[in-house]
Write a protein that binds this ligand. Structure first.
Ligand code: KIV
Length: 264
């Protein structure tokens, strides 16, 4: 049986960590869930690791739809969420809804939307129409041009306070999950305390309800200098299946991320 948002919520309530990885095709979908991965994210990181771009900005909605269909066909039990790519959210809630429908029809059970408080109206609109949303805050790679690079967010006091306010507002707007990327560990801890929905960290904190990594990164295939939060699990294991199994084990036992994978 496929996991649902209720299963993820129950895991978070019981303190069982959620192991999430990005996934873009059906062979990996099968392998990842066989090794115990709870949730598969069709991330717009595919723009970099599959399509060879230097940011997720060129990724089109049709690309995510196609890869979501592939992942859906290869998996039976994992929860599936799909990224809404650059330019497909936030212009107005109606258009965002139509775009999100395509991802849900392709097999996603939830869409992920980058951005803070300004996305609240859109999130309310989607949730009221049956589309669950994962809000993504901190480093939001679609805003790389605005941020001036893939940089840690929330180090300045004002920015940290803004992130804390946004987290609460996104929960109130109806987001079911909060993904926190590349913020200082202490701020990530505060963000986790700020909300009662499950939190998923990447370059955040082991206190999050779960963790996510880009699958190509943890297999040492990223093709760029990996950020601090990446652990190349393949180096300790030698096979893809064993690397994924170790990732799941270390997430579940809060061994990953260690302090060395978090920002000060
Ligand atoms: O696109 C992606 O893969 C993501 C993760 C890095 C969280 O958003």
């Amino acid at each position: 049986m496929r996991k649902t948002i209720l299963d993820l919520q129950e895991m978070a309530q019981k303190g069982e960590k959620i192991a999430m990885l990005t996934c873009y095709d059906s062979s990996f979908a099968r392998l990842l869930e066989e090794q115990g991965v709870d949730a598969l994210l069709i991330g717009d990181s595919l723009g970099m690791v599959v399509q060879g771009h230097d940011s997720p900005i060129p990724v089109a909605l049709e690309d995510i739809v196609y890869h979501t269909e592939c992942v859906y066909r290869g998996s039976r039990s994992a929860f599936i969420l799909a990224d809404m790519p650059f330019g497909t959210t936030g212009v107005n809630p109606e258009d965002t809804f139509k775009n999100a429908v395509q991802l849900i029809q392709a097999g996603a059970q939830m869409v992920k939307i980058e951005g803070g408080a300004m996305m609240c109206e859109t999130i309310e609109f989607l949730v009221a129409r049956g589309i669950p949303v994962c809000a993504h805050i901190g480093l939001t790679p679609q805003s790389v041009n605005q941020l001036g690079g893939f940089k840690v967010q929330g180090r300045a006091v004002g920015q940290a306070q803004q992130l804390l306010r946004s987290a609460k507002m996104l929960e109130q707007a109806g987001a079911s999950l909060l993904l926190i990327e590349a913020v200082p560990q202490l701020l990530a801890d505060q963000l986790c305390e700020q909300v009662s929905i499950p939190t998923i960290g990447i370059g955040a904190s082991a206190k999050c309800s779960g963790q996510v990594l880009v699958i190509y990164d943890m297999l040492g295939l990223g093709g760029y200098i990996p950020p601090r939060f990446v652990k190349a699990f393949i180096k300790e294991t030698g096979s893809i299946a064993e690397a994924v199994k170790l990732y799941v084990k270390e997430v579940k036992s809060s061994l990953f991320p260690a302090d060395e994978h978090c920002y000060k």
